[in-house]
Design a protein. Structure first.
Length: 356
């Protein structure tokens, strides 16, 4: 995540969050980019869900986003384009969202199980009908698209802003905002951050504050839209329920184990100027420490001092490597993982990313 030509160090919320918990995990997973060769159902499902939501709100604006490959004297690059549907086209936003969900799974070669029957709750079938249930749940929602002068909706907004400076390098925060909408009643802009989870929503919504990811978005958006005061933590619960045909007589989504009223929750939150200022002070300190490690040339960054962190939840995928000596560790990592560096700045306008 170093652009030596432009003298920029890119960082994002996820990288700093991992760096705070364990420097070595950050180095292995985000800087070197060790990845398991298999697929993660949570990541694949979440990515496809975001693609579906982008397509749903894009189609409400009468068009769609697509990626275009280009080439010039510097090399190949990719841009994100907006296209209106042809005049007179009958558009079904739900069908557009479901098609985008399937396309995203195909593009990323996801390996989600197809039907509800199976050990994994995240399936293609459940996802498709959750899209229907979600859009039905919020069919009369109190928010509408904000459009650029071109008519393009504010979905999947890439952003960058400078955090600090380390030696001759600018440290730049980057990321994507799911979408910006406008409250119908107040006409005020509202941030939306969508998350799918297998955890109970009654507890998951409490993660809304403190939440550095949302605060990061506020920091960026308030620079260009000072009037924004609110964000929506848009939570989607992926259940393990099986179909209940007796309940489906009243609500057809129970045919797929989906509770339309309980599986979707939107929690509003806000950030004061002091919240953002305090966050930026802390973030600058962590970013400078990250940059120091990034430029140090050390073979191995220090691991977390507490093994409790290594085994919490699913545990760290690198925990076995930490117990080996240097050469054995290198051999273990090269044999167990593939390399794919974490590059959050890809596809963000102005970052100068050139497609390989």
């Amino acid at each position: 995540m170093i652009d030596k030509d432009r003298q920029i160090i890119y960082v994002d919320y996820t990288t700093l969050a991992v760096f705070k918990s364990c420097r070595r995990k950050c180095q292995l997973g985000h800087v070197i980019g060790y990845r398991t060769s298999g697929h993660d159902a949570a990541i694949d499902f979440g990515h496809a869900w975001h693609a579906a939501m982008e397509a749903y709100y894009d189609s409400q604006a009468g068009g769609f986003h697509y990626h275009e490959d280009n080439e010039n004297e510097l090399g190949k690059f990719r841009t994100r384009k907006w296209q209106l549907f042809p005049s007179g086209t009958v558009i079904n936003p739900v069908k557009q969202a479901q098609a985008a969900f399937l396309d995203d799974l195909k593009i990323n070669e996801a390996q989600l199980q197809t039907t509800l029957e199976g050990p994994e709750r995240r399936s293609v079938e459940r996802g498709l009908f959750m899209i229907e249930a979600y859009t039905d749940r919020y069919r009369n929602e109190l928010y509408e698209n904000i459009l650029w002068p071109s008519g393009e909706p504010m979905t999947e907004l890439g952003f960058t802003f400078q955090i600090a400076r380390y030696e001759n390098f600018d440290i730049v925060m980057c990321g994507f905002i799911d979408r910006l909408m406008r409250a119908v009643m107040t006409k005020r802009p509202v941030l939306f951050e969508t998350k799918s989870t297998i955890f109970a929503l009654s507890q998951f919504i409490k993660q809304v504050k403190p939440n550095d990811q949302i605060t990061t978005y506020f920091k960026h958006i308030q620079n260009i839209m000072p009037e924004i005061r609110e964000a929506i933590w848009d939570c989607i619960f992926v259940s393990s329920r099986q179909p209940d045909m007796s309940k489906a007589l009243k609500d057809r989504y129970w045919m797929w184990g989906i509770d339309k009223d309980k599986d979707f929750v939107r929690q509003p939150t806000s950030r004061s100027r002091s919240d953002i200022a305090e966050y930026m002070i802390e973030t600058e300190e962590w970013a400078l420490e990250y940059a120091k490690h990034l430029m140090s040339g050390k073979q191995w960054w220090n691991k977390t001092p507490s093994m409790m962190t290594c085994h919490f939840g699913k545990g760290c995928r690198f925990v076995d490597a930490c117990n080996l000596n240097d050469q054995a560790r290198s051999n273990f990592l090269e044999g167990r993982f593939i390399k794919k560096p974490w590059e959050p700045f890809k596809m963000i306008p102005g970052t100068g990313w050139w497609q390989e």
